[in-house]
Design a protein around this ligand. Structure first.
Ligand code: TRP
Ligand code: ZN
Length: 883
């Protein structure tokens, strides 16, 4: 393990083009679990963009160098310098053939980066800087080359040998070994390299592209998972079609492969022609996967597919530009999922995640801009800010241009930069060129961290019939940025009259897109404070602000309860109708929390009860109704405070749920009866909405803890033909106060599913999130369960991650035991898998948001971690988080 002193801070401003370019790369892998040999032949040419005479500098990590030659001549010891992370060769010609052989140890590679073993297979993960663990190479995305890869392995254990591109040769060798050679004609950076070897089985299909080419689609899995590939395959075909229709993008190779592996640090990886997936993001069957998993698979399969253009054909110049591919690709996959399902629900889900998790990141010690300007370890920057806020920034651009110009802009971007490694400026330049829009101020969205706060006030002048909206913007200071400048913020706005109808908007002061008289205008906020004036407004309106969540900001407006009820009932914008309900609930819960904090008995505002009663009597779609009936999560409620009242939030949310269930029991029961499903399981938007609504109602009713409801939940647990309903019932039973029922359900579930690792992830997670005070003891005990392993990221996330990140009341228990527990796990994990360790520590880094006692205990644990020998990953996070 390298120490942080070896890995200094890298700055965007120091970027220099590479000294050498690779014209062609030939690799040969002789696979053995502990002693894999990798031979490389790389044709280098000096880059004219750099000065002459520079040495050849190649990255390398954990490699054992066996041999080295230039143009067929072995290189004498005095001509090269080998360090922990580099091979430097001086006095090289302008063009030459570099050849090396190295030995690596995949079986002991627990970082899951580079070439490693997962179960019995070999696989790779090279993004961002993992290729250097495979062989010496200029491991940076602006060095693009064509790759030819020969994989050699034992024929019996590894009958399937895969790499990028097309298979061009194969044959038998001595000692029961065989080989396959793959050729990828597309130039790519090393981070898109992939190799897989194993005893895998194939699900095959095909897709005919818009120009009539037939593409073979292959999903490779372990034999027992063959029945779980249909949904991923369907999602892939839908994504291919969608990208043709919406972006005019066609697939380019003759074959597209997906491989499912159990041990994987992230969701999936877009390697050219050979995507490697966390099995949790591919495998689904009605009885084993929840609706949420089905939808995640659809989204991730599409995401990786869309990278073929936004990422692979046009890639990033350097890792500071990561959001160029990730933000854009998330935006693309969000739009795809919106088109495949219920668009309003999708938007609500994405915004909820952004507002809880990304806003918290942007306010915490690891806050960074969408385009960071420095890092120690790039793996730490695969964040919600790069992905989700990055997507919001692209969405704002798309909304500023409108669909036709945005398509023109993306066409120009793809055409102009095909085969290149480019920057955020290149993307924005294409958008600016086709639209004539000036993005100079807008570019601050890429460079400024922190969530802007908008404070809006209004004034209606009955004399002039004019309505004034004054908006102030302020971006709070973040760890490395003290001075914040005003951003260019699109604020989509409507005004509702007393009947709830949209008023035509005639703007007489302030800049806005759209036409005079439209009922929706996008106000362009550019100044620290600006007043927009609307003319011919007959009566004082209710403003509907930030429709569709038109910018990633916090917006406050002094809404009365009446105004929120009005928006909830009438707003033509579905997102804002939901958001009005959430604001109402946040207000009610905050009132309860202050009662709780001052020792009074918290009581839920009857206004909220009546609002929820109205919802249950409305004709909203089941999916939207389920969203609207759900109280804001504890994490979102916590975000509303400077110091999070953890216990108060938890207690009051529970009381509020029970109060609602008591008051609305008969409405909830009626709702449940009217939305029963029949027929076989279908993961489509309608059925998903109905299941979601039913389980929402049932879990409200479960708070009443009557024998009858418990029995009903138990029956659902036993009889469900799908995992959505079974898992929902399991959660209700395990999270209720009925310990005996909980124990029985867990035992039965384990019996039923112990052979299925992905289902068992849910079993661990349900227990990790259990609100009862025995949760920590249970989590600790479960770490010795035979199905648990610290080496498997899915297991770590399901148990430790879920407990520390989602079981707030227990994690923040005042004895501090959970803080100590997390620190212990992270220290152990850092020895094996630094990427996962540095992600898992997140909850401890957020100490600023808690009271003095908790702060102190959290800091103590951070300090204890800081004493140890740490990976660069963990070192960077800890050093930012320390007071
Ligand atoms: N590019 C991948 C994606 O967003 C992200 C990814 C997969 C990744 N595996 C990783 C990033 C490992 C860092 C490390 O689709
Ligand atoms: Zn991605």
């Amino acid at each position: 393990m390298s120490h942080h002193e070896n890995n200094p801070v890298i700055y965007l401003k120091d970027y220099l083009p590479p000294a050498f370019l690779a014209d062609k790369v030939e690799l040969t892998f002789d696979l053995y679990p502990n002693q894999t040999r990798v031979k490389s032949a790389i044709y280098f040419t000096r880059n004219e963009k750099r000065e002459s005479g520079l040495p050849l500098e190649l990255h390398g990590a954990d490699l054992k160098l066996i041999s080295l030659s230039l143009d067929g001549q072995s290189v004498s010891d005095d001509r090269y310098v080998l360090s922990d992370d580099q091979l430097v060769i001086t006095e090289v010609p302008d063009r030459f053939l570099f050849e090396a052989e190295v030995e690596i140890d995949p079986a002991n590679n627990t970082s899951l980066e580079g070439l490693y073993r997962s179960n019995t297979m070999f696989c790779t993960q090279c993004e961002a800087e993992g290729f250097r663990k495979i062989t010496y190479y200029p491991d940076r995305p602006d060095v693009m080359s064509s790759f030819t890869t020969t994989v050699i392995a034992d024929k019996t254990e590894y009958p399937v040998l895969l790499s990028n591109g097309n298979p061009v040769d194969k044959g038998e060798l001595d000692n029961n070994r065989h080989f396959v050679t793959w050729q990828d004609p597309f130039h790519k950076p090393a981070y898109l390299f992939a190799l897989v070897a194993g005893d895998l089985k194939l699900v095959k299909d095909s897709f005919t592209t818009m120009s009539g080419r037939e593409v073979a689609l292959e999903i490779w899995v372990e034999p027992e998972n063959l029945s779980k590939c249909d949904h991923a395959m369907l999602s892939l075909k839908n994504a291919m079609k969608w990208d043709e229709e919406v972006y005019g993008r066609e697939y380019d190779l003759d074959i597209y492969m997906i491989v499912a592996v159990n041990d994987f640090n992230m969701g999936a990886m877009e390697n050219k022609g050979l995507n490697i997936f966390n099995s949790s993001c591919v495998l689904a069957r009605a009885d084993t996967a929840t609706d949420m998993a089905f939808q995640r698979i659809e989204g991730v399969v599409a995401h990786e597919y869309f990278h073929n253009w936004s990422g692979n054909r046009v890639t990033c110049r350097d890792w500071f530009q990561l959001s160029l591919k990730e933000g854009f690709t998330v935006y693309r996959d969000q739009c795809f999922s919106a088109d495949m399902n219920d668009a309003a629900v999708k938007r609500i889900e994405d915004v909820s995640m952004l507002r809880t998790a990304q806003f918290a990141e942007d306010a915490g010690p690891t806050a960074h801009p969408v385009r960071p300007d420095h890092f120690i370890e790039i793996s730490n920057f695969y964040t919600l800010t790069i992905y989700e806020k990055g997507s919001e920034v692209v969405r704002m651009i798309a909304n500023l241009l409108g669909p036709d110009l945005f398509r023109k802009g993306s066409d120009l971007y793809f055409e102009r930069h095909d085969g290149q490694a480019v920057t955020v400026e290149d993307f924005v330049a294409a958008m600016s060129e086709v639209s004539g829009i000036d993005f100079e101020q807008f570019m601050r969205w890429y460079s400024q961290a922190g969530t802007p706060q908008l404070d809006v006030s209004d004034h209606y002048d009955a004399e002039t019939k004019q309505y004034h909206l004054t908006i102030r913007q302020m971006t709070p200071v973040t760890k490395d940025q003290q001075d914040k400048l005003p951003l260019h913020i699109p604020v989509k706005t409507g005004l509702l009259n007393t009947d709830g109808q949209d008023i035509p908007l005639i703007l007489v002061q302030g800049e806005a897109s759209g036409q005079q008289g439209d009922t929706d205008r996008v106000l362009h906020l550019r100044e620290a404070e600006q007043t927009f004036i609307f003319d011919q407004i007959p009566d004082a309106p209710v403003p509907s602000l930030l429709r569709g969540f038109s910018a990633p900001v916090k917006l406050s407006f002094p809404y009365s309860q009446q105004q929120l009820l009005h928006l909830m009932r009438h707003d033509s914008d579905g997102f804002n109708r939901w958001d009005a309900g959430q604001r109402l609930a946040v207000d009610a819960l905050q009132t309860m929390v202050s009662e709780f904090e001052s020792g009074r008995v918290p009581e839920l505002d009857s206004g909220l009860v009546e609002a929820w009663r109205n919802l249950l009597g409305s004709d909203l779609s089941p999916a939207i109704l389920a969203e609207m009936l759900s109280l804001p999560e504890e994490a979102y409620l916590g975000e509303q405070y400077d110091v999070i009242p953890v216990d108060g939030i938890h207690a009051c949310r529970r009381i509020a749920r029970k109060t609602l269930a008591q008051a609305l029991e008969s409405e909830l029961r009626t709702c449940l009866e009217t939305h029963q499903l029949s027929g076989p399981y279908k993961p489509d938007a309608d059925d998903i909405g109905k299941r979601r609504l039913n389980n929402t109602c049932l879990s409200y009713l479960m708070t009443l803890e009557t024998a009858e409801i418990t029995e009903r939940v138990w029956q659902q647990f036993n009889q469900a033909d799908n995992m959505t309903d079974q898992q929902a019932a399991l959660t209700m039973l395990v999270h209720s106060g009925q310990d005996e029922k909980a124990r029985e359900a867990l035992e039965q579930f384990e019996q039923q599913w112990q052979q299925d690792a992905l289902v068992m992830d849910m079993w661990f997670q349900v227990q990790a999130r259990r609100p009862q005070p025995d949760a920590l003891a249970r989590v600790k005990a479960l770490m010795s369960h035979p199905g648990f392993s610290l080496k498997n990221p899915n297991k770590v996330r399901s148990l430790v991650g879920a407990y520390c990140g989602q079981n707030r009341v227990n994690f923040h228990g005042l004895d501090g035991h959970s803080y100590r527990f997390l620190a212990d796990v992270v220290l152990e994990l850092d020895q094996m898998n630094p990427q996962i360790a540095s992600r898992l520590i997140t909850p401890l880094t957020r100490w600023q948001k808690f009271d003095a006692k908790r702060q102190q205990m959290m800091q103590t644990e951070l300090q204890r971690i800081a004493q140890a020998e740490l990976s660069n990953d963990l070192y960077e996070v800890i050093s930012k988080a320390l007071p």
